[in-house]
Design a protein around this ligand. Structure first.
Ligand code: RNT
Ligand code: ZN
Length: 418
């Protein structure tokens, strides 16, 4: 079937295919730099383990070890993904020059100058994340630590991150989300659950007292249910993060990561709940398997459902900030990045190709039999033809046309990284 034929099938349902593709081309989706090097960054000893309850598993060859390698890999990825990517950096990816090094509380915008140049040359915006893990100053708590010196160090890191986010937003002329996530929690039953939460709240208050323009820098608070080694208690729980964001609407927004809930909870359903109250929310799109395993995003039911909610709640017009967050070290990392990004784009395109208004009308007129029939019939529309056309219009390969390039890059570049 040709694109034109496929398009007619959608048009028969009242769907404007051209408008869907044009819209998606303008929607920023953040590409996380940390898939390329297993979340190691450049500011600490790479032989030290990842901490904070997250884990990468696998040792597929080709991990990026330097800023140059990571940037080269990102360029490869950018050549294979459609849409409007935006970079997403962690503070641990600071680039130090001339033998200089700065600890996280002393980071400055200039340590991200190379990234700004990278983004400028490619016309990308950039999001940012303070890095509250994999560092000797995790005691193991950070912003919620009972030790004042520890808290102070991490608060300074948070403030430095606001200044860096502001720099990224100013230089690149695009809004910068700055996501606060810590792995703070306990392995076993705590004696005090409130103390750490009160301290966490006060620490975030202090970080957000650093001046910024909320139109340009959007601090986010990401919640979590549990992590490896912190199974019993998480300081920044769902209720904590949502309450914090609700109480500080003029200063920050909530961030939901779909790996951070109990296995039968779904973020798709939470999106409209939050958008009923919050003007803006942020998302980390990932794929949990039994826990927050951060597997590569697939074109699966929940990813599609999340995309549908983003689209039909008006999220593409700046209300929902979309970022990817996964890290698989067991397969080719470029492919992992590309597959997850393309699948997120597929889910969004497929959502844009849904006759949302007519389905809603069926629901509102109690025509549930027909609603089921119509929703099921959408599943066998010729989506692949539209998708490949979208990729080509974005100047990137369609399905079936890109993996050889990754294999080639692996042979020429990745295998030499011993
Ligand atoms: C961890 C959180 C967090 C991190 C990144 C690296 O569970 O999802 O967002 O994955 O900041
Ligand atoms: Zn996340």
């Amino acid at each position: 079937m040709s694109y034109e034929e496929a398009k007619k099938r959608y048009e028969a349902l009242g769907i404007d295919v051209e408008a869907a593709m044009e819209k998606l081309k303008t929607v920023p989706v953040s590409l996380h730099c940390w898939q390329g090097d297993d979340v190691r960054g450049f500011d600490t000893d790479p032989s030290k383990p990842l901490t904070g309850g997250i884990q990468t598993t696998g040792n597929y060859p080709g991990r990026a070890r330097t800023p140059e390698e990571l940037m080269a890999d990102i360029d490869k990825v950018l050549s294979l993904i459609p849409g409007q990517p935006k970079m997403n950096l962690h503070a641990s990816y600071a680039i130090f020059e001339n033998g200089e090094w700065a600890d996280r509380d002393k980071l400055e915008p200039r340590h991200f100058k190379k990234w700004v140049e990278f983004c400028k040359e490619r016309g990308l915006g950039c999001d940012f994340n303070p890095t509250f893990f994999s560092h000797p100053k995790c005691d193991p708590l950070t912003l919620s630590s009972p030790h004042e010196e520890t808290r102070k160090f991490w608060i300074e890191h948070g403030k430095a991150s606001i200044r860096i986010s502001n720099y990224l937003a100013e230089e690149l002329g695009q809004m910068c989300t700055m996501n606060i996530w810590t792995g703070d929690g306990f392995k076993d039953v705590p004696a005090d659950r409130m103390g750490p939460r009160v301290r966490y709240k006060e620490s975030i208050d202090e970080i957000l007292s650093e001046p910024y323009d909320f139109a340009k820098v959007k601090p986010c608070v990401e919640s979590k249910v549990f992590g490896i080694g912190v199974e019993a208690y998480t300081v920044g729980s769902a209720e904590f993060a949502l309450s914090y964001a609700a109480a500080n609407k003029e200063k920050c927004i909530p961030l939901m990561d779909n790996g951070h809930y109990h296995p039968t909870e779904v973020v798709s359903d939470k999106i409209p709940a939050l958008l009923t109250f919050f003007p803006e929310i942020a998302l980390h799109i990932t794929r949990p398997i039994r826990w927050d395993s951060d597997h590569v995003v697939l074109f699966d039911d929940e990813t599609k459902e999340i995309a549908k909610e983003i689209v039909r709640c008006g999220g593409l017009d700046g209300r929902v900030h979309i970022a990817l967050d996964y890290f698989d070290a067991s397969i080719n990392r470029i492919s992992a990045w590309v597959v997850g990004y393309r699948n997120t784009q597929k889910a969004l395109l497929s959502a844009l190709l849904t006759p949302a208004d007519s389905l809603k009308a069926l629901q509102d007129t109690d025509q549930f039999t027909e609603l089921m029939v119509r929703q099921e019939e959408l599943k066998t529309l010729p989506f692949g033809e539209i998708w490949n056309e979208y990729c080509h219009r974005c100047g990137v390969p369609g399905d079936g046309e890109w993996f050889e390039q990754v294999k080639d890059y692996e042979k020429k570049v990745l295998v030499n990284r011993k």
